[in-house]
Write a protein that binds this ligand. Structure first.
Ligand SMILES: [Zn+2]
Length: 87
């Protein structure tokens, strides 16, 4: 019997290494790993899914939160597909 854990995707903001925009990422667990997907260009990054993942996402959010002071447009990153370029 396969028991499936119900885990909601974690949405968080991140700079995408592919499209180089700051975008909304969605992270979902896949077995022992998690897949983070850029909702703008669909670039996928594999990351370990462990108890530290929420802390890691929180740290990224903290980093982005600090950047908001310099780039208020980061606050507009809310929905899948949202993307902005900072420079
Ligand atoms: Zn991207």
């Amino acid at each position: 019997m396969i028991t499936k854990r119900e885990v909601k995707p974690i949405s968080h903001r991140q700079k995408c290494s592919k499209c180089e925009f700051y975008t909304v990422f969605q992270t979902v667990p896949v077995g022992e790993k998690a897949i983070s997907t850029c909702t703008h260009c669909q670039h996928m990054v594999e990351i370990p899914w462990d108890h530290e993942i929420k802390a890691a996402v929180k740290n990224k959010e903290k980093f982005l939160k600090n950047l908001e002071e310099l780039y208020p447009e980061l606050k507009d990153l809310k929905n899948p597909g949202d993307h902005i370029s900072l420079d």
